[in-house]
Design a protein around this ligand. Sequence first.
Ligand code: HEM
Length: 193
Amino acid sequence: MSTQTPAGYTYGSTSPSPVTRDDLAKLEASVLFTEEDEQALRMAGDVLEDQVEDVLDVWYGFVASHPHLVAYFATPDGTVLQDYLTRVRGRFGQWILDTCRRPYDDDWLSYAHEIGLRHTKDKKNRTDGADSAPYVPLRYMVAFIYPITATMRQFLANKGHDDEAVERMHQAWFKSVTLQTALWLQPYAGDQW
Ligand code: HEM
């Protein structure tokens, strides 16, 4: 875990998630997430620890090169909010390591709910006082599973692990991002979730 707490990062002090541990277990089973994936994510945490900024450079480059995506970090008239980007970047980096290293327990579930809320009308912009688009559309939340997964493979392969280990880490990452995106959709969908 990073030694400095990123601005606006409130892990451990957010309201409980409406998603139960039983819901989580069923969702984990639905994405075939097992103890082996947990172990592979622990390994991925060690592989990624000193590459977080490089991963974020790739992801931010991807967002920056698509005006329809960077709009969610901009004012309604299209001025990109650098402070907002920078503050969110710190939390995004922390999330990479949390995904690999945190136990998926009640605190994790609560913060997953908080991350979902921070993409919706309920809480987007609030943490950073940003004058930006009021929510990230649900369809892009789902679509992002692909780039957030595909771009990770090169980083997982950077520390000399054999192909089989890289594949295990990559599959575990893919499952976790899918699982978390499903959790983040709860505040969008309410009781239809
Ligand atoms: C915030 C991840 C989809 C725009 C965040 C944070 C994370 C994250 C970890 C910081 C959470 C925190 O406050 O601790 C992801 C992942 C996605 C996804 C893994 C999909 C798989 C998107 C999309 C957009 C987007 C499609 C649109 C460009 C934002 C914005 C914030 C944010 C604007 C700041 C929200 C706020 O005001 O607090 N995201 N995100 N995200 N993300 Fe996403």
